[in-house]
Design a protein. Structure first.
Length: 326
């Protein structure tokens, strides 16, 4: 995949393209992109994605927290693995936000990016105030020389709250992660959700009760942190992967106050890994965060949590689930 940020330096060849932020690069995105690739192959053109390095709403409001499923770098790596020809990175600006859909199609898609065919997702809208729809895009396309094609809708096999075949979206996945449903989120993403960061110093309470933890400082402050609770995770660093019992929350038993921490106990591992870059890959939440009446009661529960975590991860491994993002 060729990443093009400046068309004055690299001029893209004529293409079949689609537009989106593609946060998470989830199953719905992958289905849309596959259609772009198939149409491009049939037309003898390049396949292209027009996307944005920064969430458009954050450009317009610097206080906005997008709660990203993927950082810009993670998104590019995931898109590259799908096999499109071009990733056309458009810096969203206040000026671009004021363009009508017709102006956007003319000035950017046709003149800057050489788009010949535009594939539109089933619910996607663009242009100032997102006030125009598919039929408008088709009409503008005929006027300026871009054929607009409606993408086939993605039908999932995912059932949520007894509702079958729910449409997959980035907002749905965020909702699932906020509920701690990391396994359902993985079904939507087609890979297990993950956090990257550096191990930093902590309170070392876990060490005193036999469960030393590595405290993660997440790389990107805009990355979504799943719901508080205890999780079975894979922990990857130095090109090796270990089983981990993760706690996200405020540690109410030891009166941690409002400070939310991300702490992982790496099972059967006893070395210090301060300042190491690690990845936490979520498999399943085992329970919510609870307040216990004593440290002894907490310790008993942690032994049970460790057993549950190991069983879940061994079953995951035996079942062939991904231990890293693709």
């Amino acid at each position: 995949m060729q990443i093009i940020r400046d068309t004055s330096a690299i001029n893209p060849e004529p293409s079949v393209a689609t537009i989106g932020f593609f946060d998470g690069v989830h199953a719905g995105h992958r289905y849309l992109i596959q259609q772009v690739k198939e149409i491009a192959a049939a037309k003898g053109l390049r396949s292209a994605l027009v996307t944005f390095p920064v969430h458009p709403r954050k450009v317009m409001n610097t206080n906005y927290r997008p709660e990203l499923l993927t950082t810009p770098e993670e998104k590019i790596r995931l898109l590259a693995n799908i096999g499109v020809d071009y990733c056309l990175m458009l810096d969203f600006t206040p000026e671009i936000s004021q363009l009508t859909a017709r102006e956007f199609m003319t000035q950017l898609l046709k003149e800057r990016y050489q788009v010949k065919y535009l594939v539109i997702g089933y619910d996607h809208r663009f242009g100032h105030n997102r006030s125009e729809g598919f039929e408008d895009y088709v009409r503008y396309g005929k006027e300026i020389g871009i054929e607009v094609i409606r993408a086939k809708a993605y039908t999932s096999n995912i059932e949520i709250e007894n509702v079958p075949n729910v449409p997959v979206s980035s907002s749905l996945i965020r909702k699932l992660l906020h509920q701690g449903e990391v396994d359902l989120a993985a079904d939507c993403l087609k890979y297990e959700y993950f956090l990257d960061g550096i191990v930093v110093g902590g309170y070392q309470v876990g060490r005193k009760i036999g469960f030393p933890t590595a405290n993660l400082s997440v790389d990107d402050p805009d990355k979504l942190i799943p719901a508080d609770g205890v999780y079975a995770v894979w922990v990857t660093f130095d090109k090796k992967t270990y089983m981990g019992m993760l706690n996200i929350g405020v540690r109410p038993t030891i009166d941690n106050g409002p400070n939310r921490t991300i702490e992982v106990n790496i099972l059967h591992f006893h070395s210090d890994i301060y300042d190491k870059f690690i990845r936490l890959t979520f498999v399943k939440r085992t329970r919510p965060e609870l307040k216990f009446s004593s440290i002894d009661e907490l310790t008993v529960q942690l032994h049970k949590d460790a057993e549950d975590t190991e069983a879940i991860l061994l079953a995951s491994k035996a079942g062939g689930n991904s231990r890293e993002t693709k």
